[in-house]
Design a protein around this ligand. Structure first.
Ligand SMILES: Cc1ncc(COP(=O)(O)O)c(C=O)c1O
Length: 457
């Protein structure tokens, strides 16, 4: 086996600019609406939650945006991340396909999330923000923002979904080690949390509820606190494009160009991060790379959601955006262990999917863990359950290439490692994890509560 497996760049190759899809969107943007008035939001409304630089990035139509020196300095801690060819996995599958993966798990917290957390902390610091509030599910995003807050000297207040807070202490301890304050959500620190606890003191929480608490904590702080979101918004996707810009250079080093780029989707940020730079070449240079998003059967926003205006959070405090949604009150079954639980999806990604520029597939949980284990046993890295969805997608592509005798070039994003997710692996290995039916009734009930907006849908 003499094939080169690792394609490395040096510090000086870290991209100096993020790629902004707004400049090249082949479909018109949809408006962002105020959650109460349902009119298009103004920068004034958004400025309660975000610093102006991030709001400007959200609406910018510049094709590239310079990455500030201070952000590049921190990126140097772990970027450029490696790109590897999975030759052992190829061999195990007996496929003629070449499988490449970009590994974001080398960041200090083990995922792609710091790419935006560092940028958001920098712009907030520059704007004088003293405290950032945010939500986290199992803790990947929370640890990234906690790290970024410690590097830029900003306090970080994290609302962590209660059931994860209780069952997954290690990420919480990591966030606290970086200096963040972590509260189980629903908490008694917000009006919304108090109301939920009054109705049910054992409310296990959800991502949508934690977002509502973090938004309320910032919005009611009299300007002292701002809110930070780890996915979905345009500026988050923008910051993640360092992944794809590096991957373009690394595929060049490998002397190949991908036929298909694959990634998992929760809110869409790591997918957009790797895929949008390749989409630019599709749109501008006539390349024909397929872009494939992989989601869990348990929360299949793209493949089963309706494309409609919906709230970003459960308490209807976050802006309303047009997206593929399962309904803002949707919560996947507790038995689902693979993450990627958000009810909606990044608006730009939804618009691209709706217009046919992006493909999507939903995969069941057992097949996802089976792919993760096969990857660990051949390539050595134990993937985050979220990232395992991308591996499932990549293996299925490689097996399809084998069936058709194609020499397909596959690139996928390995968004993080799963060293804090061993309980999920234990459940899988001991046979406790199960597949379950698509929760059609739950989705139907959640979708009955979509806002009735006046903008043409
Ligand atoms: C390791 C990892 N990958 C992927 C995701 C999905 O998020 P996104 O779609 O924003 O990349 C998460 C989110 O929690 C994550 O922790």
């Amino acid at each position: 086996m003499s094939d080169q497996v690792r394609f490395s760049l040096s510090d000086k190759d870290i991209p100096k600019r993020w790629y902004n899809i707004n400049a090249d969107m082949p479909v018109p943007p949809t408006p962002v609406l105020h959650p109460a008035t349902m009119e298009p939001v103004t920068p004034d409304f958004l400025s309660v939650l975000f610093p102006m630089e991030l709001i400007l990035q959200e609406i910018s139509s510049d094709q590239f945006i310079d990455i500030p020196e201070e952000v590049l300095d921190v990126y140097k801690l772990y970027r450029p991340t490696p790109l590897l060819r999975a030759v052992r996995l190829e061999k195990a599958l007996g496929t003629p396909a070449h499988i490449y993966y970009k590994y974001e798990g080398v960041s200090p917290v083990g995922s792609h999330k710091p790419n935006t957390a560092i940028a958001q902390a920098y712009y907030n610091k520059a704007a004088g923000t003293k405290t950032l509030t945010t939500e986290t599910g199992a803790g990947q995003w929370g640890s990234a923002l906690a790290l970024a807050g410690s590097l830029f000297d900003i306090a970080v207040e994290i609302y962590m979904v209660k059931v994860s807070y209780q069952q997954k202490p290690y990420r919480r301890i990591m966030m606290e080690t970086y200096g963040a304050e972590v509260y189980p959500s629903p908490s008694d620190r917000t009006q919304y949390g108090k109301a939920l606890l009054a109705a049910d003191k054992d409310n296990p929480g959800s991502l949508g509820i934690a977002i509502s608490e973090a938004v309320e904590a910032a919005a009611s702080s009299g300007g002292k606190k701002k809110y930070s979101l780890g996915s979905v918004l345009g500026h988050v996707l923008l910051h993640q494009t360092v992944i794809g810009e590096e991957a373009l250079m690394q595929m060049d080093l490998a002397g190949e160009y991908p036929d298909v780029v694959i990634s998992c989707i929760g809110g869409g940020s790591n997918f957009s991060g790797i895929a949008y730079p390749f989409l630019r070449h599709n749109l501008k240079d006539g390349k024909k790379t397929r872009l494939l998003a992989v989601e869990p059967d348990a929360a299949p926003s793209l493949t089963k959601g309706v494309y409609a205006f919906d709230y970003g959070d459960t308490a209807k405090m976050a802006p309303i955006v047009k997206m593929h949604t399962l309904g803002h009150s949707f919560v996947p079954a507790p038995i689902h262990a693979g993450g990627l639980r958000y009810h909606g999806m990044a608006p730009s990604l939804c618009a691209l999917y709706d217009a046919g520029y992006v493909e999507a597939v939903a995969v069941p949980q057992l097949a996802t863990f089976e792919a993760a284990v096969q990857f660990a046993r051949t390539e050595g890295i134990l993937p985050a359950p979220e990232s395992a969805h991308a591996i499932r997608g990549a293996i299925d592509e490689a097996l399809d290439a084998k069936k058709k005798g194609d020499k397909r070039v596959i690139l996928f994003n390995l968004s993080g490692h799963g060293h804090f997710d061993l309980a999920a692996y234990e459940s899988y290995l001991s046979g406790k994890l199960q597949d379950f039916k698509y929760p059609a009734d739950k989705v139907k009930a959640a979708q009955a509560d979509l806002p009735k907006v006046k903008v043409p849908a």
